[in-house]
Design a protein around this ligand. Sequence first.
Ligand code: R5P
Length: 297
Amino acid sequence: MKIIPGMSAQTLAARIAVELDCKVSSCEFKRFPDGELYTRVLDDIKDEALTIVQSIRTDSDLVCLLQLIDAVEEASETNLDIVIPYLGYARQDKKFEPGEAISARAIARSICAVGVIDTIYVINVHNRDVLRYFNADTDTKELNAAPLIGDYIAKREIPSVVVIGPDGGATELAKAVAAPRGFDYDVLEKMRISSEEVKIKLPKKLSLSVEGKNVVIVDDIISTGGTISEAASMLRAQGANDIYVACVHGVFVQNAISRMQNAGVKEIIATDTIESEFSKISVAKMVADELKFRSSK
Ligand code: R5P
């Protein structure tokens, strides 16, 4: 098997290859003077089972993925899998207003239109229903990084720790992080005002008190940091002690980091589905184990 590293997932692709004890193909990425992306797979990949690893955080990342599928499509007569650690656009999963594009569907269709893909792996996709937008002949599998976050929190041995999700959508994640480790957990209520502004309130029945507790707020994605900042301020007002945040996908746009720190967040923890200085948890072994498991079947 050979790993084809996309532009946005170079480090993670290399880590997955180490776990699998397989090679990473050399690729060339450059921009033409007009800004168009040029992508070339430099290795001989004939007769190799291939796995492309590429997160879609930006429009360019999508173009890069489409180009990589196209570049290897003819060479790979054995097996082509794609790992999309962060599947962006998954939050636009339906028409909220008439005339809107269902972006998740457009992206899924375009990926499947370029080549024949055996399996597409994603990690904690915002809404797993969007996986149905991929071609029916392509297998899809969602991997769950929650246990890795739970393990990381447990290893840190933070005293009196409770896990809080900032909204109802984070219930499953909060439970999967907290329950196996015996941490208490609950979720807050969120109302979105705009793409940058949210209002968070305490639910009528918060099952646990955060007073004097160290809190880990968990969310699948942190983008502007608006959700986390509001949640952190609310939890501090409730007497929480240290506030940590842990997310699967650290998108961190605009002033997300300072915004969260100004709201009293002590530490930011993310996985390496999007590489940043906050990527303290690697999903590489989880992905490699799944690829090994599939190839052994
Ligand atoms: C939305 O429901 C997601 O789970 C996140 O809560 C959201 O994407 C975070 O965005 P932001 O950091 O911009 O508040």
